[in-house]
Design a protein around this ligand. Structure first.
Ligand code: 5AD
Ligand code: SF4
Length: 471
């Protein structure tokens, strides 16, 4: 059988990256092999994101460009999956006459049949049915890490929180958790194939297993921590309202759990948080950060913000700025509020005008940049445990004072470090991807750090998963 070529364009979050892997896996038994070359594809799938209008426009503009390819090759199949497909369903067919299949976020296991129908019967197929059971696809059969040492593992799907601006509960359905045994066995397979770091994914991992009475997230982490050969555990995303004492305690207990938490706050103003339906106050958020830092003083804290939520006054925005100063985040993602028709906030009054939103976004990002740089500078002179992830690609590095190979990796707190072999170790030093090394931080930039390799084994004097201020 001639293999068919599958090209997947993934737009959006890490959940979509993981889902694209599931799409490829689901289609493999039918003879589809992935390609990086769009022009040679027999089937093109666009895995879409609906979180903001911009992501949606990006999807439609890519799908629009495929019309020409389809005219040249009428046998080409074009599929649209993910959150926009779930949200728009059939409407995409009339808007985009060259699209053959639309499949929602719960339809991935049914994809082989959907593709087969579109191919053999030359009909256009729409499947946006949502199920109330978690859809498992075995991602591990015949798995090869392809040299990647860090992988995502989804532990749950959907969301029950209904933040007033957000499409996720509508397009990804109700929250459902995977059985811990399946998660454990998936990670064990990854580790057997060379993976050293996993990031556990969910819209709100803090409520993992609660509905089903399966296990708490802290218990799951403890089991993952016991997997031999795994070096690092990360997770995202956490909702501040569900951050339990047990989970905070895990940062002081589990050696492999990296000292980093992504804890989206969205706004520093209580009235805005209330209208966003976030179910916590600024003070509750600050208290949780303080507690996390008392358990794990070196914990890196990052966050998401929405700027210009309907009704956000200058005073509300200033509350966000003071929160950013108080917490001194390691980094943040800040987004301009985007009206989403299916989310309740699209009906809220007092929309902030776009120029004002843009100006506030710039102000917030500038304030954070100073803080990030300050936090990064505080690391200069420290020894950091780095997991080698690859060769450094920073342009102009070759002319820098450090000759020889350049490497890159991340600190336990998730900061990118570019580093050279170091004077004592010689420029012929070779490192393996996935190896843990000790690097002395020499320079801080806004988005990365620069350092020098000190030891190929970080264990002496640099405890696992901890920053080491040995310098
Ligand atoms: N507009 C702008 N940003 C949004 N986010 C979610 N919905 C919207 C929206 N309608 C942001 C939130 C969330 C991140 C993933 O995307 O900050 O944490
Ligand atoms: Fe969206 Fe809120 Fe759920 Fe996050 S917690 S996915 S912002 S509804």
């Amino acid at each position: 059988m001639r293999h068919q070529k599958l090209y997947i364009n993934t737009i959006g979050c890490q959940m979509n990256v993981y889902d694209s892997d599931r799409i490829a896996r689901a289609l493999e038994p039918g003879g589809y092999r992935q390609t990086d070359t769009l022009e040679e594809a027999d089937l093109v799938i666009v895995n879409t994101c609906a979180i903001r209008a911009k992501a949606e426009q990006k999807a439609f503009s890519f799908i629009g460009r495929l019309a020409r390819m389809k005219r040249q090759n009428p046998k080409l199949l074009i599929g649209v999956g993910g959150c926009v497909a779930q949200q728009e369903g059939e409407a995409i067919l009339s808007r985009m006459p060259h699209v053959d299949l639309i499949f929602g976020t719960h339809a991935i296991p049914r994809l082989p049949r959907i593709v087969d129908q579109a191919k053999t019967r030359r009909i256009r197929v729409v499947d946006v049915e949502q199920s109330d059971e978690i859809d498992e696809i075995d991602l591990t059969a015949g798995f090869h890490s392809d040299g990647q040492v860090s992988r995502f593992v989804t532990i749950m799907q959907g969301c029950d929180n209904y933040c007033s601006y957000c499409v996720v509960p509508y397009v990804r359905g109700t929250e459902m958790s995977r059985h811990p045994d399946r998660i454990l066995s998936e990670i064990e397979t990854l580790v057997r194939n060379g993976v050293r770091e996993v990031t556990l994914l969910g819209q709100n991992v803090n409520s993992y297993g609660r509905k089903e009475g399966l296990s708490s997230f802290a218990e799951l982490l403890e089991r993952v921590n016991g997997i031999e050969g795994l070096r690092r555990i990360r997770f995202t995303t956490s909702h501040p309202k569900d951050l339990s004492d047990d989970l905070m305690g895990a940062f002081g207990k589990l050696a492999k759990l990296c000292p980093h938490i992504h804890l989206p706050v969205q706004s520093g103003s209580d009235p805005v948080l209330k209208r966003m339906n976030r179910k916590y106050t600024r003070q509750v958020y600050l208290d949780r950060i303080e507690r996390l830092r008392s358990i794990r003083p070196d914990i890196a804290v990052t966050s998401d913000f929405i700027v210009g939520f309907p009704g956000e006054s200058r005073e509300d925005f200033e509350a966000t700025l003071t929160l950013v100063e108080t917490v001194a985040f390691d980094s943040i993602f800040a987004f301009m509020y985007s009206d989403r028709e299916i989310a309740p906030a699209s009906h809220f009054k007092n929309k902030v005008n776009e120029d004002e939103i843009k100006a506030r976004l710039q102000e917030l990002l500038a304030a954070q940049e100073t803080i990030t740089l300050r936090n990064n500078r505080a690391l200069v002179g420290t020894l950091q445990e780095i997991m080698v992830e690859g060769s450094s690609t920073r342009p102009g590095l070759a002319e820098s004072i450090d000759a020889g190979p350049q490497w890159s990796g991340r600190t336990p707190g998730n900061k990118i470090v570019n580093f050279s072999p170091g004077r004592d170790l010689g420029s012929e030093e070779t490192l393996q991807v996935g190896q843990m090394v000790a690097v002395r931080i020499e320079k801080a930039h806004a988005h990365s750090l620069r350092g020098e390799l000190v030891r190929k084994e970080p264990s002496e004097g640099c405890p696992r998963g901890k920053e080491c201020h040995a310098a």
